[in-house]
Write a protein that binds this ligand. Structure first.
Ligand code: SF4
Length: 342
């Protein structure tokens, strides 16, 4: 893993959310007119900072270090920008989350086409860039990964299981990131890796931090943790750690994490970016030592005993094994042998 870690060489300002985000930008539907954030119907796409770094050979996202995701080949998208939560740490504009999507949902094939097309448009400007080797540009135009996590809550898209299947049929891996408010949908989805956000260890903190629209969001999250425990695929619990807000009850978190029996626990320091700046002070950002200290304390109460970290992304990971890469993403695998851009 050491060699892989060397590849993560840039500061990461993403993930202000339940999901991953290209972050550091403003949030919500208002972003649509901005560079790097594009929409077609209800599908939104944005190139993550790491995709742009990687295409220029300037380092990969921590998801490469932990799981083997090639940043320059990763589409960051969402099939819906609406959200049923109003998290205090979210970098998006919550006005955008209240946006009424036209209920005329596109089918999964069209959503996949739209996201790939949008990604190609977003990366198209790198053609001929002296910092981008043509071979790398061409690989970027043939994405192999999708992070369904850009904005909003993806389980609000009614055909999410079929969407994931469609990406797999096109030879791509899928990382699904959800706030856990729809356990039935999570049960039906079979992505390469399921992420569920757990940003509070008790209902009161949950109310303060997550500010869900629905009164039963906390109990839905508990149900989702049980669904996760029964899932066959790879599962991740994600905590966005906010200094002085949700960093108190380590044992409470451990209980929830053990209940979900997830393969991985990611603790990510809150980043003071985008619209979250109007809700939180800068000193709500924990430094990396604090993130690691919290994670070490957590490690004492959960069954995971391998700790990894990427300081530049202010993230720590707890796992059961040293080898945390998605098996099919290992070098020389069939997945890469079948690469259309090879
Ligand atoms: S659940 Fe919704 S409000 Fe919370 S961080 Fe994610 S997108 Fe933002």
């Amino acid at each position: 893993m050491r060699d892989q870690e060397k590849d993560a060489v840039a500061v990461d300002v993403d993930e202000g959310s339940s999901g991953d985000s290209g972050g550091g930008d403003d949030g919500g539907v208002q972003q649509v007119g901005k560079p790097d954030y594009h929409m077609e119907e209800h599908t939104a796409c944005q190139t993550c900072g790491w995709t742009k770094n990687d295409i220029k050979g300037e380092g990969k996202c921590y998801k490469y270090v932990f799981y083997g995701i090639e940043s320059h080949r990763c589409v960051q998208m969402t099939p819906v920008v609406t959200c049923n939560e109003r998290c205090v740490f979210c970098w998006r504009d919550h006005e955008g989350h209240a946006w009424e999507v036209d209920a005329d949902w596109q089918n999964p094939e069209d959503v996949v086409d739209a996201s790939i097309e949008l990604q190609r448009k977003l990366l198209g400007g790198y053609k001929g860039n002296p910092d981008v080797p043509m071979e790398k540009f061409e690989r970027g135009m043939e994405p192999r990964h999708v992070a369904i996590s850009l904005d909003g809550e993806p389980t609000l898209y009614p055909y999410l299981p079929e969407l994931i299947e469609e990406y797999h049929d096109r030879g791509m891996t899928t990382f699904l990131v959800s706030n856990g408010t729809d356990p039935d949908m999570i049960e039906r989805c079979e992505p390469t890796q399921t992420y569920i956000s757990v940003d509070a260890a008790d209902p009161d903190t949950f109310d303060d931090v997550v500010r869900a629209e629905d009164d039963d969001a906390w109990s839905q999250l508990q149900e989702t943790l049980d669904v996760l425990a029964d899932k066959d695929g790879r599962t991740v619990l994600r905590n966005t750690l906010i200094q002085g807000w949700n960093d108190g009850d380590v044992e409470g978190y451990a209980e929830l994490f053990e209940r979900a029996d997830a393969d991985f626990i990611e603790v990510k320091g809150y980043m003071h970016v985008g619209h979250s700046r109007s809700r939180l002070d800068r000193d709500a950002m924990p430094d990396h030592e604090e993130v690691v200290e919290f994670t070490r304390e957590l490690e004492e109460h959960v069954s995971h005993d391998v700790l990894k970290q990427v300081p530049r992304s202010n993230v720590a990971l707890l796992a059961h094994t040293e080898d945390t890469w998605v098996t099919k993403l290992k070098k020389d695998s069939e997945f890469w042998e079948d690469d259309p851009a090879a």
